[in-house]
Ligand binder design. Structure first.
Ligand code: TXA
Ligand code: MG
Length: 356
């Protein structure tokens, strides 16, 4: 299949003519990758089971891993859900449109092909103007997982999508790099107490301030036993995996850098190609001789964690392009946006963490 790529001139103010063809493709059951404020999504008509099947095929994704239905406005929610619990109503008012996905009891209109056989449906209203207008023009809810091949880091630029999806889908809409860089927060509002299933830019602190009590799916915090069943089925797969073997090192900045230097030297002596992921504030703790001999990348500023989230997947993908076969990466405090950052890094590292 030939994949068409279009570029939006002004991503804050996309013109309908630019998005018409993409909307037609979606209406007809085709696949279109598009930018959102979190990561690029791979969209299809969420009410069309055949279209959903094509998403799974294009991504190589297990079909028990359900999709998020994206809507353009509040009116889009009613047909998808059996009811809207009180917590859902509050969250919607506070954070939609935006990087928040909620799990609701599904209506009979939503096919099981979209929900991976579940009786619940995940819904999100993105704030990105391109995503929002595209969904409105398509006139249907748009099922959209991240537009990466299953098991690779989520795409944060149209080039990332191109690497993974060229030849597999009808169209890629280039709306420039995304803003946030990690996937939406997922909250299940079907139970008595709302439960965080995936941390994101709407943080646990923000959720608790609004709702009071919020539980955390244990799958977020620790390694899972093989028989565990996380509530978001996607959390059980080794997502976000770079090709190289990755280890996280946690501790005070200076001690962390010292330990990473020690581990890096040891691995080099063993003949391995070593990479280091650091931050702007810690870079100076690494000796010049290591910085010049190794592939070292800074993810951004600890003081501005949104820069870390923004660059995280791009840095992991960049390492995939190199010969590096082991990566040592600094850890972050697991509070606020750091919870989402650490969740993704911990998974990329297959839960290999060294504490100093
Ligand atoms: O930011 C995002 O959410 C991006 C953009 C494109 O919107 N989308 C995204 O989709 O990250 P995906 O498919 O990569 O992740 C969806 C997650 C999976 O972990 C899946 O298991 C979970 O949502 N999920 C979907 N429906 C669910 C449901 N009914 N119950 C529990 N978890 C669900
Ligand atoms: Mg994904």
């Amino acid at each position: 299949m030939k994949t068409e790529r279009i570029t939006i001139k002004d991503r804050l103010c996309p013109q309908d003519e630019e998005l018409m063809k993409a909307a037609e493709i979606l209406k007809k059951g085709g696949l279109v990758a598009f930018p959102t404020e979190t990561v690029y999504g791979l969209g299809a008509n969420a009410l069309d089971e055949e279209a959903a099947k094509r998403i799974y095929a294009a991504k190589g994704r297990p079909s028990d891993n359900p999709l998020i239905a994206h809507i353009a406005d509040r009116a889009g929610l009613e047909p998808l859900v059996a009811c809207v619990p009180e917590a859902g109503r509050k969250l919607m008012e506070a954070f939609w449109p935006g990087p928040l996905t909620m799990i609701f009891p599904k209506s009979s209109r939503v096919p099981y092909g979209t929900t991976g056989g579940l009786d619940t449906v995940a819904v999100r209203m993105p704030s990105d103007p391109v995503a929002n207008r595209l969904i409105a023009l398509a006139g249907v809810p748009v099922a959209a997982p991240s537009a990466n091949t299953s098991g690779r880091p989520s795409p944060t630029t149209a080039d990332h999508v191109w690497e993974d999806m060229n030849g597999r889908i009808e169209m890629i809409i280039d709306g420039g790099p995304v803003g946030i860089g990690v996937e939406s927060t997922i909250v299940d509002v079907t139970g008595e107490v709302p439960m965080l299933l995936r941390p994101g830019a709407i943080t646990m602190e923000m959720l608790r301030e609004l709702l009071g009590e919020v539980e955390i799916d244990p799958a977020i915090v620790g390694p899972m036993s093989p028989d565990a069943h996380p509530k978001a089925p996607g959390m059980k797969y080794r997502h976000y995996a770079p090709k190289a073997d990755m280890t996280l090192v946690e501790g005070k900045p200076e001690a962390m850098a010292a330990e990473i230097c020690r581990l890096a030297r040891k691995s080099m002596e063993e003949g391995r190609n070593v990479g280091i992921i650091c931050t702007e504030e810690t870079r100076h703790w690494y000796p010049e001789e290591l910085l010049s001999a190794l592939k070292v990348r800074s993810m951004g500023m600890r003081e501005k964690e949104e820069t870390i989230a923004h660059n995280l997947y791009a840095v992991l993908r960049e390492f995939d392009e190199t010969e590096v076969d082991c990566i040592f990466c600094e850890a972050f405090p697991s509070t606020e946006l750091g919870q989402a950052i650490m969740n993704r890094l911990t998974k990329a590292a297959g839960h290999k963490i060294i504490k100093v």
